[in-house]
Every structure is written in structure tokens, then in C-alpha cells.
Design a protein around this ligand. Structure first.
Ligand SMILES: NC(=O)c1ccc[n+]([C@@H]2O[C@H](COP(=O)([O-])OP(=O)(O)OC[C@H]3O[C@@H](n4cnc5c(N)ncnc54)[C@H](OP(=O)(O)O)[C@@H]3O)[C@@H](O)[C@H]2O)c1
Length: 403
């Protein structure tokens, strides 16, 4: 009775609190990032009530822009025969054996980007601010933890390790304290162990420390360990370990920057290979795992293992730009990152190439997706299809690069 009386007397904070407790169910951290923004779209498509945390400087417009991509560039169909998919056709065992995609899900409901965006309950909170985060979790039953600093800049080494581990520990502790229903933690293949026998690495390959580990890999391994600690303490949680995630987003950040570099005329390619996956598949697997009874397990989310050269060629073709034609030899790459380091020091700017990115561009890594395929009966967009979709996003985006 009390709380309803307060609504009628106009106590908005009490009303909001009522809504949080009785209606809003899902919290997304990192909602302004690549994974988080696409995940918000997929959750909203399913009619979920979502809250997302953001910082004062977070670019919320970026999220609306991502929603706009789904509206204008489509969300799955292309020449290769993929199907339009909504958030509803999540891995449910109804996948097309040939393409690995669902037979259902043509069309969208409620896909107006502005209307969809307006449904998000944006909550100001830095993930390192424990009291603010605690408030953000009020009334929440499920958490998708997508926050991380994804950086290979040596000057950010300590921050990457400290903040990524601390943010995950904060989430895990609050989920335990509040007895939340379930957590989905976004880890990475950087927290999977290397294989040296040419076979694809699996969830059973355990990460080992080494001098060659970069800060991001160390941070993702120890973040994951925080989640395993939480699971030991009774937390219901699943972990996803995506490979390099492709999809339209902030064109200056992460894998989307490959597209802008190639659009501007990248000349070099390296000899390395790694796994790549569509952001839509990452979101679908996360939601599928959260809606399943699965807990206390981790899953590699990967579509295909591809040489960088082939990836760059596919991106160049999709953007109708020249393919990078010069092979960056070991000597060239080693000289390149050192020169870039010097340039960044002299110009006080971020290096475009670091020792870590240079070396990972030359290393060969393969990842297996067998476990997630078996668990959810799901398939993955072929990388070429993802590249076509992402390239359409870049071309659509005001004729090019977002400044
Ligand atoms: N992208 C990939 O290829 C890839 C591959 C494998 C795994 N992952 C993992 O996937 C997850 C999401 O990656 P992403 O590519 O979406 O990263 P992203 O685009 O760089 O987004 C990172 C997100 O974290 C937020 N964030 C960072 N520090 C924060 C803080 N102190 N408080 C609140 N928010 C904070 C950022 O907010 P602001 O907007 O305010 O900066 C942003 O929303 C990460 O865990 C990453 O390790 C990514």
C-alpha cells in the first residue's frame, strides 16, 4: 500500500525503484561496446527488460547507431544463402544442417532503432565503483558481463590487468551477495591455452603463464579465474571465450578498425592465422547459454580459423578496395612496431602497431567450436558473410568512417 501511495504523490525515485524490483531483469555491462551494443539489440528483440551501465564519457549514440545497422543493412541474408535472423531463433536445435542457421526468424518486430533504444534503462555506473554497481544490480536477476579494456598498448599494461580483473571480481562478488540467478561472463580465446601440434585449441587447453603473454591475455585469464572462484562459491555462471569478433560498431576500435584501415588502403598483410566469429553468433550463444540449464562451463565461440591474408582480401573485396599485396616479413614487422613506438612517443599518440599486435599478427592459432555446437545445436555465419554485413555497415555509416 505504502509504495503505491508514494507513486500517486509523485515520488519518482520510489516508482523507479518499484520498476527495477518488479520489472527489470537483465543487466548488461559494457553495453556501449561492440558485444554489449549488439547484445542489447538481441535482448530487446526478445522483449527482455534490460538495464545497461554507462560512464559519463560513454558514447550512447554508438549503441543507437548499431541498432540502425540492423534496421538498414539487414541482419543476415546475403548471396551465400544466409537467412535473416532475429534474436528469437537462438540456438535451439532447429538449425539448418547445411548452413548451420535457423529456418525461422525472417523479419523483425519493434526494430525501429530509436524506439528500441528508448527501452534501455541506462544507469550511470563505473564498474570499478562498487556502491554504484551495487545500486545498478538492484532488482536484477541475470547479468551479462561484457566490460573489459581491450588494449594492446604497452602504456596501458597495468591498467588493463588491474581494471579487467577488478571489474570481474566486483561483478562476481555482487552476484554472489545478491544471490542472482545467473551470470554470463565474456572471456576470450586469449584465456585458452596454446597448442603447438597444429590441432585447434579446445576448452580443455589450459592457459599457462609465460613471458610472451600480453597484458590483455593475462587479464582475461585472471578475470575468468574470478568467475571460476565464484562458481566454486555457488554462483550459477557460464563463460564464453570468443575468438576475434567481427561486426559493425565503433570503426576506430577493435576488429572494426581492420575495415577502416583497409578502406584507407592497407598495403601489408602478415602470415598469421586466428579464429573469427560474427558478433550476432556471439550474442545468440550467450543468450542460448543463459536460457539453458548449463552452468559452470566455458565455451569457445568461433566460426572459422582464417589466415589474416585471406581475411584482409575478403574485407578489401567487400569494400571494393585493392587487396593488401605486400607480405610483412618478420624483420619488417619487428622494425615496424619499434618505429611505431618511437612515433607514438614523439607525437604523444597511441601506437597503431605494438609488439603484441605485431606478434599476434604473425602467430598461428586455431580454435575448435565443437563444444558449443554440441551444447546448443548451433551453427555460425561464415566469415565471408559477416564481412559483407560489416562492410555494408561501414559504407552505410555516413559514407565511411565515424569520427
Ligand atoms: N572484440 C573482440 O574481438 C573480442 C574477442 C574476444 C573477447 N572479447 C571480450 O568481449 C568483451 C566485450 O568486448 P568489446 O569488443 O565489446 O569491447 P569494447 O567495444 O572495447 O567495449 C568495452 C566496453 O567496456 C566498457 N568499460 C570499460 N571500462 C569500463 C568501466 N571502468 N566502467 C564501465 N564500463 C567500462 C566500455 O565503456 P565505454 O563506452 O565507456 O568505454 C565499453 O562499453 C570483453 O570482455 C572482451 O575482452 C572481445
Amino acid at each position: 500500500m505504502g509504495i503505491f501511495a508514494e507513486f500517486t504523490t509523485g515520488d519518482k525515485s520510489k516508482f523507479n525503484r518499484f520498476c527495477y524490483i518488479y520489472i527489470i531483469m537483465i543487466l548488461v555491462t559494457g553495453g556501449t561496446g561492440l558485444v554489449g551494443s549488439h547484445l542489447l539489440w538481441h535482448l530487446l528483440q526478445k522483449g527482455e527488460k534490460v538495464r545497461a551501465i554507462h560512464r559519463p564519457g560513454s558514447d550512447l549514440e554508438q549503441v543507437r547507431q548499431v541498432f540502425d545497422y540492423y534496421n538498414t543493412t539487414g541482419h543476415g541474408s546475403n548471396k551465400s544463402g544466409g537467412r535473416n535472423l532475429t534474436g528469437d531463433d537462438l540456438p535451439s536445435g532447429e538449425m539448418n544442417a547445411e548452413s548451420g542457421k535457423s529456418e525461422e526468424g525472417e523479419g523483425l518486430n519493434g526494430s525501429n532503432p530509436d524506439e528500441l533504444f528508448s527501452r534501455i534503462d541506462w544507469f550511470p555506473a563505473d564498474i570499478l565503483d562498487h556502491p554504484a554497481l551495487s545500486e545498478a544490480l538492484e532488482g536484477i536477476s541475470r547479468v551479462y558481463h561484457c566490460v573489459a579494456i581491450v588494449s594492446f598498448d604497452p602504456s596501458e599494461r597495468n591498467k588493463v590487468i588491474k581494471d579487467n580483473i577488478e571489474s570481474t571480481a566486483n561483478i562476481v562478488n555482487l552476484c554472489l551477495d545478491n544471490n542472482l540467478e545467473k551470470l554470463c561472463h565474456v572471456s576470450s580465446v586469449s584465456a585458452i591455452g596454446n597448442r603447438y601440434d597444429g590441432e585447434p585449441a579446445s576448452e580443455e587447453d589450459f592457459w599457462k603463464p609465460s613471458k610472451r603473454r600480453h597484458a590483455y591475455s593475462i587479464s582475461k585469464f585472471h578475470s575468468e579465474m574470478e568467475v571460476w572462484r565464484g562458481i566454486e562459491e555457488g554462483l550459477n555462471a557460464v563463460i564464453v571465450n570468443p575468438s576475434v569478433i567481427l561486426g559493425p560498431g565503433n570503426w576506430k576500435r577493435g576488429s572494426a578498425a581492420f575495415f577502416t584501415r583497409i578502406q584507407k588502403g592497407l598495403k601489408y598483410y602478415t602470415g598469421g592465422m586466428t579464429g573469427f566469429v560474427d558478433v550476432r553468433d556471439v550474442c545468440r550463444c550467450m543468450i542460448g547459454l543463459m536460457e539453458s540449464d548449463i552452468s559452470g562451463e566455458r565455451f569457445i565461440i568461433n566460426s572459422e580459423n582464417i589466415y589474416y591474408r585471406d581475411l584482409f582480401n575478403m574485407i578489401a573485396d567487400a569494400l571494393e578496395k585493392p587487396r593488401p599485396s605486400k607480405y610483412a616479413s618478420r624483420q619488417l614487422v619487428e622494425a615496424g612496431w619499434r618505429l611505431e613506438w618511437l612515433r607514438s612517443r614523439l607525437t604523444f599518440s597511441k601506437p597503431l602497431l605494438t609488439r603484441e599486435t605485431a606478434r599476434s599478427g604473425r602467430s598461428i592459432s586455431r580454435f575448435s567450436n565443437e563444444k558449443i555446437r554440441k551444447a546448443l545445436g548451433c551453427g555460425f555465419f561464415p566469415v565471408r558473410e559477416t564481412i559483407g554485413w560489416t562492410a555494408r555497415g561501414l559504407i552505410h555509416n555516413a559514407g565511411g568512417i565515424r569520427q
